[in-house]
Design a binder for this molecule. Structure first.
Ligand code: B16
Ligand code: MG
Length: 212
């Protein structure tokens, strides 16, 4: 086998919470009268909550917000986002993802999550994957967000595997950069499928089966 483990990003790879992120940020940006659209939203993929807010504030021209105010904005965005997550269920996990994960497990690969999100465990529970992965590295155990490799290095460490033996699956350029920085091969999917730094490019999630 080419790899011993696979580390999956969550949002945009296992499930599609990206639209909920967009709608929640949009509501906050509208309230603050800051222009925000889907083009800017693309830059938020894989980026932490606070770093996402900083990107949105690039278009804000009023007096500087304090750290407390920024924390409050992030909290507000998260409250709106969590309400959308409440409505998620096993139906939000596609048949293709479910079957591919099962097959990878049958092949004896270790499977982990490497996500920037602090809501990772809640989302996994909502889509019926609570307890499925061998390790979870997420926004709650890192101090530096993608493109820093910390989240993937921690995932490899939790799995007791070397980066060279793990394949990272990512939909964000920041995530691919993080994988490269950590010494991981990676496969780009969705928005990252044509990114030049991808080791492999996936047309579809089940294409992972052709790599490993
Ligand atoms: P939270 P991923 C990332 O998830 C999202 O792509 C990004 O838009 C979000 O800001 C980040 O998680 C933090 O999420 O606010 O839930 O902590 O792609 O790394 O799985
Ligand atoms: Mg993602």
């Amino acid at each position: 086998m080419k790899y011993k483990a696979i580390i999956f990003d969550l949002d945009g790879v296992i499930c599609f919470t990206d639209e909920y992120h967009y709608l929640a940020w949009k509501e906050l940006a509208d309230e603050l009268n800051i222009p925000f659209d889907r083009t800017i939203n693309e830059r938020l993929r894989g980026v932490s909550r606070m770093d996402s807010l900083e990107i949105i504030l690039e278009k804000y021209s009023g007096p500087e917000f304090s750290k407390d105010e920024k924390e409050k904005f992030c909290g507000k965005k998260n409250d709106i986002y969590r309400k959308s997550l409440e409505n998620m269920s096993e139906k939000d996990l596609s048949e293709e993802v479910r079957e591919t994960l099962k097959e990878l497990r049958n092949r004896g690969l270790k499977l982990a999550i490497g996500s920037s999100s602090k809501n990772t465990k809640f989302i996994l529970k909502q889509i019926g994957l609570e307890g499925f992965f061998d390790a979870i590295s997420d926004g709650t155990n890192i101090t530096r967000s993608k493109p820093d490799p910390e989240v993937f290095l921690k995932a490899a460490q939790f799995l007791a595997e070397e980066p060279k033996d793990c394949l990272v699956i990512e939909d964000a350029e920041a995530g691919i950069d993080a994988a490269v920085a950590g010494g991981f091969d990676n496969a780009g999917i969705g928005s990252a499928s044509d990114y030049s730094k991808s080791t492999y490019r996936l047309g579809s999630f089940s294409d992972i089966l052709k790599i490993v």
